[in-house]
Structure formats: structure tokens, C-alpha cells
Ligand binder design. Structure first.
Ligand code: HEM
Ligand code: HEM
Length: 206
């Protein structure tokens, strides 16, 4: 078994990075949207630091994912996909990459410009500041952090909707090839050659 992507499937590394990043973003979104309502106890700062540390981890994982993509290549489009769909999918995917890079960077910029003392990444080391304290920049970066997030939500809805549409209605391998082999029975048949018919099988007699 190869770890790299093949012509007809995403390999295990690309799959793991895709779904891990999805889960981390889901967790970050839930915490990000609720953390300012927490009571101002020491736990409050702990949750903020956890959100920031996890957010920077997503940034690092997206960079690794792009590096791996460069090294391991990408599968060919699912057979039968019209060119216009291929183009829309490609634009959507690059926009998603841009947003999942911009989301943590805007958070990091906000944190840097706000003039707070450096936070420690999961308590291990001080995270460097990107800029000197700057009120206007800090406010803009936080506004961008929210805006980027809601743009991401909208695009992910289209992206996930398209994946489910392909699976349920087109019945092709788009979703199955982003999951471990055999997880989705329905579409698996289109990603592997169909078994040859047995010529010696007798005709069906009622
Ligand atoms: C992919 C990574 C990230 C995601 C998905 C994410 C998501 C969010 C969301 C949804 C919010 C709420 C925004 C709003 O209420 O308008 C938020 C707030 C925030 N995020 Fe992030 N974030 C990420 C990375 C980061 C990073 C790397 C930092 C800092 C280093 C950070 C710092 C903050 C801060 C300080 C808030 C403000 C909370 C408040 O007081 O309302 N985030 N984040
Ligand atoms: C935070 C949420 C998500 C983000 C940021 C995201 C991002 C991406 C990106 C950037 C790609 C392109 C991979 C590449 O070309 O290197 C991709 C592929 C894919 N994603 Fe997502 N995704 C998310 C959620 C989902 C969900 C919920 C589903 C399914 C319901 C899904 C299904 C897929 C599939 C099937 C592919 C492969 C498409 C193909 O082979 O052409 N994604 N995703």
C-alpha cells in the first residue's frame, strides 16, 4: 500500500490531513464562538490559549498538507466529470486553502497587534509576535477573523454539499476516494474495475 495519492484515490496521508483539519476547525469554531461568554476565571485564559494554540497547529498542518500535495500529486478527476465542474471544484479547493491559511493568520495578527503578552503554545514555548501593538490593526484583524470564518462556512456548505451530491445522486467515487478503501460501498465500485462476468454462468430460469 502506498501512502502517496494515486491516479484514482487520495492516499492515507492526504485523507488523514483532510479529516483531521476538518475536525480541528469544527472544534475551533465552537470554542471561538462561545469563549467570550465564559466567566472570567483562570480557565477563561486557558481556553483562549488553547484556541490560539490549536489554531496555529491548524496553520502548520495546512502547510504540511500543501507540501505533501506537491510531493504526492493529486488524483485525476473522477471519470465522467464535465470540464466546467472540474474548474469549479479546483477554484473552490484553492479558495478553501486560502481561507484555512488566512483564518489562523488573522487570529495570530490580532493577538500580535493587541499588545497582549506572548502566549505559550500549549504551555510549551512563547509564540512570537508578528507586529508591534497597533489598535487599528488589531481591530481589523479581529473583524477579518470573523469575516473569513463565515466565508469559510458558506464555502464548506457548497463543498460538502457537492461531495454528498456526487455520492448520493451521481453515485461516483468523489467522496469514497477521500475515505479509507471500503468505507463507502456504493461508490467503491466506480473507483475499482468491475469484476469480469463469469461466462459459464447459466441463464436465470424461473
Ligand atoms: C483555523 C483556525 C481558527 C479558527 C477556525 C478560528 C475560529 C474562530 C471563531 C469562529 C471565532 C469567533 C469569531 C467571532 O465571534 O466573530 C474566533 C475568535 C477568536 N480567535 Fe480564532 N480561530 C482560529 C485560529 C485562531 C488563532 C491562530 C488565534 C490566535 C493566535 C485566534 C484567536 C482568536 C481570538 C482572540 C478570538 C476572539 C474571541 C472573542 O473574544 O470573541 N484564532 N476564532
Ligand atoms: C472545514 C471543512 C473542510 C475544508 C476546509 C475542506 C477542504 C478541502 C480541500 C482544500 C480539498 C482539496 C484537496 C486538494 O486538492 O488538495 C478538499 C477535498 C475534498 N473534500 Fe473537503 N473540506 C472540508 C470539509 C469537507 C466535508 C464535510 C466533506 C464531505 C462531506 C468533504 C469532502 C471532500 C472530498 C470528497 C474531497 C475530494 C474531492 C476530489 O477528489 O475532487 N470536505 N477538501
Amino acid at each position: 500500500m502506498t501512502l502517496k495519492n494515486t491516479v484514482d484515490r487520495w492516499g492515507p496521508v492526504s485523507q488523514a490531513l483532510h479529516w483531521l483539519i476538518v475536525l480541528m476547525i469544527l472544534g475551533l469554531a465552537i470554542v471561538g464562538l462561545t469563549m467570550d461568554e465564559l466567566p472570567k476565571t483562570p480557565k477563561y485564559f486557558w481556553v483562549y490559549t488553547a484556541h490560539k494554540s490549536m489554531g496555529l497547529t491548524v496553520l502548520a498542518l495546512v502547510v504540511v498538507r500543501l507540501g505533501w500535495r506537491l510531493y504526492a500529486g493529486t488524483p485525476a478527476p473522477v471519470p465522467g466529470t464535465p470540464t466546467w465542474q472540474e474548474r469549479i471544484a479546483s477554484v473552490t479547493h484553492w479558495l478553501l486553502y486560502a481561507l484555512i491559511l488566512a483564518q489562523p493568520i488573522s487570529g495570530w495578527l490580532y493577538d500580535s497587534a493587541s499588545g497582549l503578552r506572548p502566549f505559550r503554545w500549549f504551555g510549551l514555548f512563547d509564540v512570537p509576535k508578528l507586529t508591534a501593538p497597533d489598535d487599528a490593526l488589531s481591530q481589523n484583524a479581529m473583524a477579518a477573523h470573523g469575516l473569513i470564518f463565515w466565508t469559510l462556512v458558506a464555502l464548506v456548505a457548497v463543498h460538502a454539499g457537492a461531495a454528498l451530491y456526487h455520492h448520493l445522486f451521481q453515485r461516483d467515487a468523489t467522496l469514497a476516494r477521500m475515505l479509507p478503501r471500503g468505507w463507502l460501498k456504493l461508490a467503491a465500485s466506480t473507483s475499482a474495475p468491475a469484476p469480469a462476468a463469469k461466462p459459464e454462468e447459466p441463464p436465470h430460469v424461473v
